[in-house]
Design a protein around this ligand. Structure first.
Ligand code: SAM
Length: 230
Protein backbone atom coordinates (compact mmCIF):
# COMPACT_ATOMS: atom_id res chain seq x y z
CA UNK A 1 0.00 0.00 0.00
CA UNK A 2 1.45 3.39 -0.99
CA UNK A 3 2.03 6.17 1.54
CA UNK A 4 -0.67 8.23 -0.25
CA UNK A 5 -3.25 5.41 0.05
CA UNK A 6 -2.34 4.95 3.73
CA UNK A 7 -2.82 8.68 4.33
CA UNK A 8 -6.15 8.71 2.43
CA UNK A 9 -7.41 5.90 4.66
CA UNK A 10 -6.28 7.55 7.91
CA UNK A 11 -8.81 9.54 9.96
CA UNK A 12 -7.13 12.83 8.96
CA UNK A 13 -7.18 11.77 5.31
CA UNK A 14 -10.89 10.94 5.54
CA UNK A 15 -11.64 14.28 7.14
CA UNK A 16 -9.66 16.20 4.51
CA UNK A 17 -11.12 14.28 1.58
CA UNK A 18 -14.25 16.45 0.97
CA UNK A 19 -12.14 19.62 1.08
CA UNK A 20 -9.53 18.16 -1.27
CA UNK A 21 -12.05 16.68 -3.72
CA UNK A 22 -14.85 19.30 -3.72
CA UNK A 23 -12.58 22.25 -3.03
CA UNK A 24 -9.18 21.88 -4.61
CA UNK A 25 -9.62 19.17 -7.27
CA UNK A 26 -13.04 20.43 -8.37
CA UNK A 27 -11.89 24.03 -8.75
CA UNK A 28 -8.80 23.08 -10.76
CA UNK A 29 -10.54 20.49 -12.95
CA UNK A 30 -13.58 22.69 -13.65
CA UNK A 31 -11.38 25.66 -14.52
CA UNK A 32 -9.39 23.54 -17.01
CA UNK A 33 -12.61 22.10 -18.45
CA UNK A 34 -14.12 25.58 -18.88
CA UNK A 35 -11.01 26.87 -20.64
CA UNK A 36 -10.75 23.84 -22.90
CA UNK A 37 -14.40 24.01 -23.98
CA UNK A 38 -14.62 27.84 -24.06
CA UNK A 39 -17.12 27.48 -21.24
CA UNK A 40 -19.05 24.82 -23.16
CA UNK A 41 -19.92 27.35 -25.84
CA UNK A 42 -19.74 24.82 -28.69
CA UNK A 43 -21.63 21.92 -27.14
CA UNK A 44 -24.42 20.56 -29.36
CA UNK A 45 -27.37 18.23 -28.84
CA UNK A 46 -28.58 16.54 -32.05
CA UNK A 47 -26.80 19.29 -33.94
CA UNK A 48 -28.37 22.21 -32.01
CA UNK A 49 -26.32 24.54 -29.80
CA UNK A 50 -26.87 23.93 -26.09
CA UNK A 51 -24.96 26.08 -23.62
CA UNK A 52 -24.59 23.55 -20.82
CA UNK A 53 -21.76 21.85 -19.05
CA UNK A 54 -22.27 18.29 -20.34
CA UNK A 55 -22.29 16.79 -16.84
CA UNK A 56 -25.09 19.23 -15.94
CA UNK A 57 -27.06 18.25 -19.03
CA UNK A 58 -26.77 14.59 -18.08
CA UNK A 59 -27.91 15.42 -14.55
CA UNK A 60 -30.92 17.27 -15.99
CA UNK A 61 -31.87 14.13 -17.89
CA UNK A 62 -31.53 12.02 -14.75
CA UNK A 63 -33.55 14.53 -12.74
CA UNK A 64 -36.39 14.59 -15.28
CA UNK A 65 -36.70 10.81 -14.99
CA UNK A 66 -36.15 10.65 -11.24
CA UNK A 67 -38.73 13.36 -10.53
CA UNK A 68 -41.26 12.12 -13.12
CA UNK A 69 -41.18 15.67 -14.49
CA UNK A 70 -43.79 16.58 -17.07
CA UNK A 71 -43.39 20.36 -17.20
CA UNK A 72 -40.24 22.50 -17.26
CA UNK A 73 -40.14 26.25 -16.75
CA UNK A 74 -36.77 27.53 -17.94
CA UNK A 75 -35.54 31.11 -17.46
CA UNK A 76 -32.82 31.72 -20.07
CA UNK A 77 -33.47 30.25 -23.53
CA UNK A 78 -30.46 31.59 -25.44
CA UNK A 79 -30.17 29.60 -28.71
CA UNK A 80 -32.81 27.14 -27.49
CA UNK A 81 -30.59 24.09 -27.08
CA UNK A 82 -31.47 23.22 -23.50
CA UNK A 83 -35.22 23.54 -24.19
CA UNK A 84 -34.80 21.35 -27.29
CA UNK A 85 -32.73 18.83 -25.32
CA UNK A 86 -35.46 18.44 -22.70
CA UNK A 87 -38.21 18.38 -25.35
CA UNK A 88 -36.49 15.46 -27.14
CA UNK A 89 -36.22 13.61 -23.82
CA UNK A 90 -39.95 14.24 -23.38
CA UNK A 91 -40.49 12.83 -26.90
CA UNK A 92 -38.85 9.59 -25.78
CA UNK A 93 -40.99 9.55 -22.65
CA UNK A 94 -44.19 10.39 -24.51
CA UNK A 95 -45.06 13.28 -22.16
CA UNK A 96 -44.00 16.76 -21.15
CA UNK A 97 -43.64 20.38 -22.21
CA UNK A 98 -41.02 23.11 -21.85
CA UNK A 99 -41.88 26.78 -21.29
CA UNK A 100 -38.74 28.84 -21.87
CA UNK A 101 -38.21 32.56 -21.28
CA UNK A 102 -35.65 35.02 -22.61
CA UNK A 103 -35.37 38.77 -23.03
CA UNK A 104 -34.18 38.22 -26.60
CA UNK A 105 -35.28 36.03 -29.49
CA UNK A 106 -32.13 34.04 -30.15
CA UNK A 107 -33.54 30.60 -30.92
CA UNK A 108 -34.66 29.42 -34.34
CA UNK A 109 -35.48 25.92 -33.12
CA UNK A 110 -39.08 24.82 -33.41
CA UNK A 111 -40.44 21.88 -31.45
CA UNK A 112 -44.06 21.11 -30.62
CA UNK A 113 -43.26 20.61 -26.94
CA UNK A 114 -41.48 23.98 -26.57
CA UNK A 115 -43.20 27.31 -25.96
CA UNK A 116 -41.13 30.49 -26.05
CA UNK A 117 -41.90 33.58 -23.98
CA UNK A 118 -40.07 36.80 -24.75
CA UNK A 119 -39.56 39.21 -21.87
CA UNK A 120 -37.75 39.43 -18.57
CA UNK A 121 -38.23 36.45 -16.29
CA UNK A 122 -38.92 38.85 -13.43
CA UNK A 123 -41.54 40.88 -15.28
CA UNK A 124 -44.88 40.31 -13.46
CA UNK A 125 -46.64 39.91 -16.83
CA UNK A 126 -44.29 37.02 -17.75
CA UNK A 127 -44.77 35.40 -14.34
CA UNK A 128 -48.53 35.69 -14.85
CA UNK A 129 -48.26 33.81 -18.18
CA UNK A 130 -46.21 31.08 -16.46
CA UNK A 131 -48.94 30.78 -13.82
CA UNK A 132 -51.64 30.56 -16.53
CA UNK A 133 -49.75 27.87 -18.45
CA UNK A 134 -49.23 25.76 -15.34
CA UNK A 135 -52.90 26.09 -14.41
CA UNK A 136 -53.92 25.12 -17.96
CA UNK A 137 -51.54 22.15 -18.32
CA UNK A 138 -52.03 20.80 -14.79
CA UNK A 139 -48.62 19.06 -14.70
CA UNK A 140 -47.89 16.42 -12.07
CA UNK A 141 -44.31 17.57 -11.49
CA UNK A 142 -42.77 20.90 -12.47
CA UNK A 143 -39.03 21.56 -12.71
CA UNK A 144 -38.01 25.24 -12.54
CA UNK A 145 -34.59 26.04 -14.06
CA UNK A 146 -33.00 29.46 -13.50
CA UNK A 147 -30.36 30.07 -16.18
CA UNK A 148 -30.87 33.68 -17.27
CA UNK A 149 -29.12 36.77 -15.85
CA UNK A 150 -26.73 35.29 -13.28
CA UNK A 151 -26.34 38.38 -11.10
CA UNK A 152 -27.18 37.80 -7.43
CA UNK A 153 -29.92 40.41 -7.53
CA UNK A 154 -31.71 38.94 -10.54
CA UNK A 155 -31.42 35.32 -9.36
CA UNK A 156 -32.69 36.31 -5.89
CA UNK A 157 -35.78 37.91 -7.46
CA UNK A 158 -36.34 34.90 -9.74
CA UNK A 159 -36.12 32.55 -6.77
CA UNK A 160 -38.77 34.55 -4.90
CA UNK A 161 -41.07 34.66 -7.94
CA UNK A 162 -40.71 31.09 -9.21
CA UNK A 163 -40.72 29.24 -5.86
CA UNK A 164 -44.54 29.16 -5.98
CA UNK A 165 -44.45 26.91 -9.07
CA UNK A 166 -42.49 24.17 -7.29
CA UNK A 167 -44.53 21.61 -5.39
CA UNK A 168 -43.34 19.68 -2.34
CA UNK A 169 -40.82 17.05 -3.47
CA UNK A 170 -39.98 18.90 -6.71
CA UNK A 171 -36.96 21.07 -7.50
CA UNK A 172 -35.87 24.57 -8.36
CA UNK A 173 -32.54 24.28 -10.19
CA UNK A 174 -30.35 27.39 -9.96
CA UNK A 175 -27.54 27.23 -12.48
CA UNK A 176 -24.01 28.60 -12.56
CA UNK A 177 -23.18 29.16 -8.90
CA UNK A 178 -19.58 28.39 -9.89
CA UNK A 179 -19.39 32.10 -10.79
CA UNK A 180 -18.95 32.73 -7.06
CA UNK A 181 -16.28 30.06 -6.70
CA UNK A 182 -13.96 30.23 -9.69
CA UNK A 183 -11.38 32.98 -10.06
CA UNK A 184 -11.97 33.17 -13.82
CA UNK A 185 -15.53 34.42 -13.17
CA UNK A 186 -14.64 36.93 -10.45
CA UNK A 187 -15.81 39.91 -12.53
CA UNK A 188 -19.38 38.52 -12.71
CA UNK A 189 -19.84 38.37 -8.92
CA UNK A 190 -21.87 38.37 -6.79
CA UNK A 191 -23.70 35.57 -8.57
CA UNK A 192 -26.19 32.74 -8.08
CA UNK A 193 -24.52 31.06 -5.10
CA UNK A 194 -24.91 34.19 -2.97
CA UNK A 195 -28.58 34.40 -4.03
CA UNK A 196 -29.13 30.76 -3.07
CA UNK A 197 -27.56 31.27 0.35
CA UNK A 198 -29.66 34.31 1.21
CA UNK A 199 -32.83 32.67 -0.17
CA UNK A 200 -32.29 29.64 2.07
CA UNK A 201 -31.89 31.86 5.12
CA UNK A 202 -35.33 33.36 4.45
CA UNK A 203 -37.31 30.47 2.96
CA UNK A 204 -37.39 27.25 4.96
CA UNK A 205 -39.57 25.48 2.38
CA UNK A 206 -36.46 24.61 0.38
CA UNK A 207 -33.27 22.64 1.15
CA UNK A 208 -30.21 21.94 -0.98
CA UNK A 209 -29.90 18.42 -2.34
CA UNK A 210 -26.15 18.24 -1.81
CA UNK A 211 -25.77 14.77 -3.25
CA UNK A 212 -27.36 15.82 -6.53
CA UNK A 213 -25.57 19.17 -6.63
CA UNK A 214 -22.17 17.49 -6.24
CA UNK A 215 -22.87 14.36 -8.26
CA UNK A 216 -20.44 14.84 -11.13
CA UNK A 217 -17.87 16.94 -9.23
CA UNK A 218 -17.23 19.34 -12.12
CA UNK A 219 -20.80 20.64 -12.48
CA UNK A 220 -21.48 24.38 -12.81
CA UNK A 221 -24.06 24.61 -10.05
CA UNK A 222 -22.91 24.17 -6.44
CA UNK A 223 -25.94 24.06 -4.10
CA UNK A 224 -27.91 24.40 -7.34
CA UNK A 225 -30.56 21.70 -6.77
CA UNK A 226 -33.08 23.02 -4.23
CA UNK A 227 -35.75 20.59 -3.22
CA UNK A 228 -39.02 21.85 -1.83
CA UNK A 229 -39.34 19.99 1.44
CA UNK A 230 -42.53 21.60 2.79
C1 SAM B 1 -26.75 31.15 -20.10
S1 SAM B 1 -27.84 31.67 -21.33
C2 SAM B 1 -29.05 30.37 -21.34
C3 SAM B 1 -28.52 29.12 -21.93
C4 SAM B 1 -29.56 28.07 -22.27
N1 SAM B 1 -30.37 27.73 -21.10
C5 SAM B 1 -28.89 26.83 -22.80
O1 SAM B 1 -28.58 25.94 -21.99
O2 SAM B 1 -28.63 26.73 -24.01
C6 SAM B 1 -28.64 33.00 -20.55
C7 SAM B 1 -29.77 33.66 -21.32
O3 SAM B 1 -30.51 34.46 -20.40
C8 SAM B 1 -31.03 35.56 -21.09
N2 SAM B 1 -31.42 36.62 -20.13
C9 SAM B 1 -30.65 37.59 -19.59
N3 SAM B 1 -31.39 38.36 -18.77
C10 SAM B 1 -32.64 37.83 -18.76
C11 SAM B 1 -33.85 38.18 -18.11
N4 SAM B 1 -33.95 39.23 -17.29
N5 SAM B 1 -34.94 37.41 -18.33
C12 SAM B 1 -34.89 36.33 -19.16
N6 SAM B 1 -33.77 35.98 -19.82
C13 SAM B 1 -32.67 36.72 -19.63
C14 SAM B 1 -29.93 35.96 -22.06
O4 SAM B 1 -30.48 36.67 -23.15
C15 SAM B 1 -29.33 34.60 -22.44
O5 SAM B 1 -29.83 34.16 -23.67
Amino acid sequence: MSALTRFAQSSLGKRLRPWVEDGVIRQVALTVLIKRTVNFDRVTWLGKPIWQNVTDAWLLQESIIDGDIDYVVECGTNRGGSAYYMATIFDLLGRGKVLTIDVETLSTIEHPRVEYLIGSSTDPAIVEVVRDRIEANKPKHVLVILDSDHSERHVAREMELYAEFVNVGDYMHVQDGCIDQLWIFRRSRPGPLRAIESFLRKDSRFAVDEERSKRYLVGHSPKGWLRRVR
